[in-house]
Design a protein around this ligand. Structure first.
Ligand SMILES: NC(=O)c1ccc[n+]([C@@H]2O[C@H](COP(=O)([O-])OP(=O)(O)OC[C@H]3O[C@@H](n4cnc5c(N)ncnc54)[C@H](OP(=O)(O)O)[C@@H]3O)[C@@H](O)[C@H]2O)c1
Length: 345
């Protein structure tokens, strides 16, 4: 039986008691610009500083985004007394060292996905955060979107019955430029760490940690994984089939199939979007559809994670309750295993 209506989203609304933290950005590249715009337009947070390896680039980013302080090094930013939280928006290879530097300087940290390039690195970071009593959170923005709170509620209420399958995919056609960070092994390139992490974390949210990982895929000429399909097995006759690619524009949809209902999320499933809950083939049961009612579109959605982080800091938490550090480690362990299988094949 489907419910008569879908639950209301649980929103990380700005101005609902969370502290207005002072943020510093490290790595003024593409996503940092989207983050700065979203935070400025849709949160009560303040971006007070930006650091680059070049003071000129930091100054240019600061001018574009109305940020008061431009700095020429990570060290200056993490140790600055006016910064409460550091947003790390560099290539993946730098996430661990900058995260550790921020923690050592007493700052909370939001690190772009992937948290680090491996489960071992994520464990090092998690241990440091726990030791320091500071919050570290992966910028897996999908976890903080309105739709995700509704989907989690439906799963928790058992509306889908026993969840038996997850199908999810994230593929983009990224020009094969050997200088692009995605094609460079030393920067933590590859489809899985950059794009595949979205379907892998989605399956983890729905089904938990897999007991079996099988990956089939191929490599770029530069030596990173280019495309792959992962089949993950779990206790209790559940399986997920996940696809990623830097070579093709795939639908970027996701499906959760249970014994009672099917939930189909429209592409791009990891951004603010819409979904349908259906009985899976019984025409007498009307489908229920949901679409994001907040008006925040695409990268505006980065603002939810910033307000979520501030709320968690205000609550005295040292990790996200909806994406724990143990789950980050588990997700990266799945990716470690998949990358090893693809590289060896
Ligand atoms: N949440 C999302 O939707 C989303 C989307 C895209 C990317 N991301 C993530 O965000 C991070 C950055 O991606 P991006 O696409 O914004 O990259 P990008 O445009 O290349 O920007 C990265 C910035 O990091 C700095 N940097 C520091 N160390 C570097 C190094 N060793 N090599 C190159 N750059 C270095 C660079 O700034 P300076 O040279 O000025 O220091 C550069 O501008 C990645 O972890 C990625 O996975 C997230």
């Amino acid at each position: 039986m489907l419910p008569s209506r879908l639950p209301e989203p649980d929103l990380y609304l700005p101005g609902t008691g969370e502290p207005s933290l002072r943020w510093g950005i490290v790595g003024p590249g593409w996503i940092a610009g989207e983050f700065a715009k979203a935070v400025r337009a849709h949160t009560a947070q303040q971006i007070v500083a930006v650091a680059s390896r070049s003071l000129d680039r930091a100054s240019s980013f600061a001018a574009t985004h109305g940020i008061g302080l431009a700095l020429g090094s990570t060290e200056q930013l993490v140790s600055h007394p006016d910064v409460d939280v550091v947003y790390v928006a560099t290539p993946q290879s730098e996430h661990l060292s900058i995260g550790l530097a921020a923690l050592a300087a007493g700052k909370h940290v939001l690190i772009e996905k992937p948290l680090t390039v491996s489960a071992a690195e994520a464990k090092t970071l998690a241990d440091a955060a726990r030791g320091a009593g500071l919050l570290v959170m992966e910028g897996m923005w999908s976890r903080y979107l309105p739709q995700t709170s509704v989907i989690r509620r439906l799963l928790a209420d058992g509306v889908l019955g026993e969840t038996r399958a997850v199908l999810a995919d994230h593929g983009q056609a990224i020009a094969a430029d050997p200088q692009h960070r995605l094609y460079r092994p030393e920067l933590g390139g590859g489809a899985l760490l950059d794009l595949g992490i979205y379907p892998v974390q989605f399956a983890s949210m729905v089904l938990g940690a897999p007991t079996r990982v099988t990956a089939v895929g191929g490599m770029t000429g530069t030596g990173v994984d280019a495309y792959s399909t992962l089949v993950l097995g779990y206790e209790g006759d559940a399986q997920s089939t996940l696809h990623t690619s830097v070579l093709a524009r795939t639908p970027m949809t996701a499906v959760i199939a249970g014994t009672e209902a099917t939930l189909s999320i429209d592409g791009s499933f990891y951004t603010p979007t819409s979904f349908t809950l259906s009985s899976g083939g019984d025409p007498s049961v009307p489908e229920l559809t949901w679409s994001d009612p907040t008006g925040l579109r695409l990268f505006d959605g980065l603002s939810w994670e910033a307000t979520a982080l501030a709320r968690f800091v205000g609550e005295g938490r040292t990790e996200s309750p909806v994406h724990t550090l143990e789950e980050n480690i588990s997700i990266l362990a799945t990716i470690d295993e998949a990358r090893a299988q693809i590289t060896a094949s």
